[in-house]
Ligand binder design. Structure first.
Ligand SMILES: [Zn+2]
Length: 331
């Protein structure tokens, strides 16, 4: 298998340890020079922004670029995600401007991964940027390392090199929420429930319209499995279920990298994580090593054609589950 070397940092466990990282089966995972974004209205004054391929490719298991969206309020716009590069940011702003001329008052990033936040530097100076507290701390400390990581997965010469760090203005600590009233009954809730993929996660919930931006913790519906590659498993396992239980059955869910779905559409992620937890708990109870666990926990019933299944399941999801479950047992 092709391997790469990454320098130290705090974003990912394997980065912090100077470890070798197995590359995904394709680099870039998706190509920021080719992605085209489109608008999808989800409620009055509420829009999702999605790759044009999301509608057909999500269920084929083809990795999709970042989703986003915006809410038009009385005084201005709340933008959700700013995308990886200027090319995609420009498309996003053009889509906003096809609906409203109001200023972009707020922009929120649901993760510290570059595809959610790297174009913050292009926002108008007056725009207030909102992030999870850990996301800001990590970006402030490790921007260049995160940038190298994004280039490793999403390719050179995609415009990632040109991005520069811009600090968030408002941050939300773990186990805290923030509410913004956009006017006309549009209350937006920003939820930091702790690690659901990484410690930088932030969920966005619009209770009146029942619209939920799920970000990276729910990448997409089946056959997509979660990317638990930030070094955490047990906390995400608990938080994914907490968020799933919180959502009403008729919520509109905009996953981080897939077509718009509903609560039933993200259940595959919950089922996969539950099964992985059970299987790895059994392996640890039997005294299996990590290598033996990787050999035995194949979970073919969840391998339904997602291009990144093997890369994620065997290199990250099993090892992170094993690490957390073994550490808990030894406490
Ligand atoms: Zn993402």
């Amino acid at each position: 298998m092709k391997k790469i070397l990454l320098a130290g940092g705090a974003m990912l466990l394997f980065i912090t340890t100077f470890a070798q990282v197995p590359l995904p089966p394709q680099v870039p995972i998706w190509d920021a020079n080719k992605v085209e974004l489109k608008l999808q209205k989800v409620a009055e004054d509420v829009y999702a922004i999605l790759p044009t391929t999301a509608a057909t490719e999500t269920t084929q298991g083809i990795p999709q670029a970042t989703t986003g969206g915006f809410i038009v309020g009385e005084k201005g716009v709340l933008l959700i995600e700013v995308m990886l590069t200027k090319r995609l940011y420009d498309q996003e702003i053009k889509l906003v401007r096809s609906i409203t001329d109001k200023p972009i008052l707020y922009a929120v990033n649901t993760s510290d991964h570059g595809d959610h936040c790297f174009s913050n530097y292009l926002l108008p100076a007056a725009t207030i940027i909102i992030q999870n507290e850990f996301a800001k701390e990590n970006l402030a400390k490790n921007y260049e390392i995160i940038k190298q990581f994004m280039i490793t997965l999403f390719g050179k010469d995609r415009g990632i090199e040109q991005t520069v760090y811009r600090a968030a203005d408002i941050t939300i600590p773990k186990n805290n929420n923030l509410t913004i009233d956009m006017g006309k009954g549009k209350i937006v809730e920003f939820i930091n429930t702790g690690t659901a993929q990484s410690p930088a996660d932030l969920f966005i919930w619009l209770p009146a319209a029942k619209v939920f931006w799920a970000g990276n913790p729910f990448i997409a519906e089946s056959p997509c499995i979660p990317w638990l590659f930030d070094g955490y498993f047990l906390e995400p396992a608990a938080n994914l279920e907490k968020i799933y239980d919180f959502l009403p059955a008729d919520a509109t869910v905009i996953p981080g990298h897939g077509r718009i779905t509903n609560k039933a559409g993200i259940k595959f992620t919950i089922d996969y994580v539950k099964a992985l937890k059970k299987n790895v708990e059994e392996a640890v109870a039997k005294g299996l090593t990590l290598e033996q666990t990787v050999q035995s926990v194949k979970m073919d019933e969840f391998n339904k054609g997602y291009v990144l299944f093997n890369w994620l399941h065997f290199n990250f999801n099993i090892p992170n589950a094993y690490k957390d479950i073994k550490a808990r047992k030894e406490k």
